[in-house]
Design a protein around this ligand. Structure first.
Ligand SMILES: C[S@@+](CC[C@H](N)C(=O)[O-])C[C@H]1O[C@@H](n2cnc3c(N)ncnc32)[C@H](O)[C@@H]1O
Length: 256
């Protein structure tokens, strides 16, 4: 006998009760508001269940939610960058995702920066069919020498997109924004991952300090001081995301 798919095991009612700071509320999951609340709960519960550790991209583990993967695909197809800089490589799944998009676009390369590129991750990446589309740099993303090395790989007319997904403290992301956002070209983006930490203060494995010490906090401060970038909510429209408010579009040219 064929087992029923897990989704069919239970059918929770579409009317749900949620506890909020203003007291209990009943919601219908089939309304836009119900969807928003369920997405919020799914994002937080999925973080706890480490759902973002499940996907692989062309054989390499990628630590992103499927929704964020799809949004990065849309963004890269739209911007058509010549260079994508990623701070925080880990296994390298995102480097390969971005390289695979550039391969389809027929141009460009990815620069992946990580403070530690482990031997087996490096070996898997070096032997990947898309390896000619990326360069790995080992070093802290906020070391001036690392940024210099990144800069040397960019040509003056290159269209540049940046993804920040390394150390997620507000202080570190603030430094990365100061060092890498200036490299982003007009109409392109800097994408800041893991602002979701702000709503994970109550999660097992989360921390009350994440209330302020998170990437979104760094984004908000950066945007307040810097009118060259604007948060683009379009790439959060799937609701489930680890980078709420994390898609920053360059709307003004760099000051010289
Ligand atoms: C969340 S993982 C990156 C996941 C990866 N972007 C992906 O999509 O699969 C964070 C990575 O940031 C790296 N990291 C931590 N501090 C760093 C720093 N100061 N500079 C560069 N990388 C750093 C860690 O070594 C780790 O590999």
């Amino acid at each position: 006998m064929t087992d029923e798919p897990e989704l069919f095991e239970q059918r929770p009612h579409s009317k749900i009760k949620v506890n909020t700071d203003d007291g209990p509320r009943e919601l219908d999951i089939y309304t836009p508001e119900g969807f928003k609340v369920v997405s919020n709960l799914f994002t937080r519960s999925g973080w706890q269940q480490k759902i973002s550790y499940e996907p692989t991209w062309l054989g390499i583990p990628i630590i992103q939610t499927p929704e964020d993967i799809v949004m990065m695909q849309e963004l890269i197809w739209k911007v058509r960058p010549d260079v994508i800089i990623e701070c925080g490589v880990a296994h390298g799944g995102a480097v390969v995702l971005y390289a695979s998009m550039l391969e389809l676009l027929g141009k460009g390369h990815v620069i992946g920066v990580d403070v530690e590129i482990r031997k087996y991750n490096r070996l898997a990446l070096q032997s990947h069919p898309l390896s000619r589309r990326f360069t790995l740099i080992e070093g802290s993303s906020v070391e001036p020498a690392t940024v210099d090395e990144v800069r040397r790989l960019i040509q003056p007319d290159d269209k540049v997109l940046v993804a920040l997904d390394s150390n997620h403290t507000a202080a570190h992301v603030a430094k990365e924004l100061r060092m890498y956002a200036p490299l982003v070209t007009p109409e392109s983006y800097v994408v800041v991952f893991d602002g979701v930490m702000q709503v994970l203060t109550d999660a097992p494995g989360g921390s009350p300090t994440w209330d302020r010490d998170n990437p979104w906090h760094a984004v908000r401060e950066y945007i307040e001081e810097n009118d060259e970038f604007q948060v683009d909510p379009y790439y959060n429209r799937l609701k489930v995301t680890h980078c709420p408010g994390g898609f920053l579009k360059r709307v003004k040219k760099r000051r010289q």
